[in-house]
Ligand binder design. Structure first.
Ligand SMILES: Nc1nc2c(ncn2[C@@H]2O[C@H](COP(=O)(O)OP(=O)(O)OP(=O)(O)O)[C@@H](O)[C@H]2O)c(=O)[nH]1
Ligand SMILES: [Mg+2]
Length: 339
């Protein structure tokens, strides 16, 4: 079923680009960034390609790439990556391939986490207390194309190591439908190009034929509080008591929403017995998914002014998927020899 949705998304992207011009896909800033990156590459010592990792890392290791799974929100993970970079730098110096200052360039498609990684390395790296006092900050955002210029962040002293954060780039020509669709689903191209409804439908097709939802068989029903939700799928509890001064209270409502969404997805798919290869059956399942998700996300008409509830639910679903809270999905097929 996902195959048909993929074709549909690919066609939509191509249509938009035909109508509005190729700069919708390969933006002028992307073209300028590609040139700037290509000019800079001969001057840097190490190029790190930032990708959505998951199962691919083992495959890449087999291809003899130096690979490291990094979570930019985890200090220990960043320390592990810093150690790896430092040992690579030592190796370069031993071979006389790097001068006093080493430069590491982070490259990758839009929204793959380059800026978040640059910030984390800069904050956790071993630099002097004086330098720690004036840390820089790269803008991080769930929208692609946030970084517009190459910027440099110091991540180690003695020897000095600088990391270059770069704008995300795509190939100039539109690739095939499947690649386009995967890029759109992961958020590497703007959601407005395809529309959140189609992307959520694509994700639901992947989820409904995956093994991930089966892990949610034993999730308990949690009594949730009344919530307000913003457009990004973040929540805050509507006050149940007196409005006092703002205190930091851990927000477990987020967990209960995720729990409810997972349980609802599990129940919807596992109680649907029709063959999902048939487009009409999937259309039926998709409707059931939306109905269940309205309830799980507690979205009621009128929550987003001028926006229909299916749009809001789709956006919230994509947000949970992209932040890894609905499990891990490798969108690319691994070579058949690798499992
Ligand atoms: N869970 C998780 N989220 C991450 C991680 N790294 C980045 N993100 C999130 O991914 C989204 C994109 O991160 P950015 O660092 O802005 O991505 P980028 O590659 O710099 O994007 P462009 O500048 O548009 O090319 C943001 O919402 C980040 O919070 C990570 O290691 N773990
Ligand atoms: Mg960036």
């Amino acid at each position: 079923m996902a195959g048909r949705i993929v074709l549909n998304i690919g066609k939509t992207i191509k249509k938009v680009v035909e109508k509005k011009g190729s700069s919708w896909w390969y933006t002028p800033h992307m073209a300028a960034a590609s040139r700037a990156i290509a000019n800079r590459i001969p001057l840097v010592d190490i190029v790190v390609q930032v990708r959505d990792a998951r199962k691919w890392t083992r495959y890449l290791e087999e291809q003899r790439y130096v690979c490291c799974e990094v979570n930019s929100h985890n200090k220990e993970s960043i320390k592990g990556f810093l150690n790896l970079l430092q040992s690579e730098v030592k190796e370069l110096k031993r071979n006389g391939q790097s001068s006093h200052t080493t430069t590491v360039m982070l490259v990758g498609i839009p929204n793959s986490g380059k800026s978040a990684l640059a910030n984390a390395l800069h904050q956790i790296g071993r630099i002097s207390a004086e330098e720690k006092g004036r840390l820089k900050h790269a803008a991080v955002s769930p929208n692609p194309g946030e970084t517009k210029e190459i910027s440099s962040f110091k991540i180690a002293s003695h020897p000095n190591i600088f990391v270059l954060d770069t704008p995300g780039v795509l190939p100039p020509d539109i690739i095939d439908d499947e690649v386009c669709s995967k890029l759109a689903l992961t958020g590497a191209i703007a959601d407005s190009l395809v529309g959140e409804l189609k992307l959520a439908q694509y994700f639901l097709a992947i989820l409904s034929t995956s093994e991930e939802y089966k892990k949610w068989v034993k999730l308990p029903r949690i009594k949730t509080k009344i919530l307000t939700g913003d457009q990004q799928g973040n929540y805050s509890t509507v006050s149940e008591g007196k409005m006092g001064p703002k205190k930091h209270v851990p927000d477990h409502t987020q967990d209960s929403i995720v729990n409810d969404v997972r349980r609802t997805l599990f129940e919807t798919v596992s109680s649907f017995s029709e063959n999902l290869e048939d487009g009409e059956n999937f259309a039926e399942l998709y409707k059931l998914h939306l109905m269940g998700l309205h309830k799980a996300f507690q979205v009621v008409p009128g929550i987003g002014i001028g926006e229909d509830v299916d749009h809001i639910v789709s956006r919230k679903l994509l947000n949970l998927y992209r932040t890894g809270r609905l499990g891990h999905y490798t969108l690319d097929q691994l070579p058949s020899t690798f499992n």
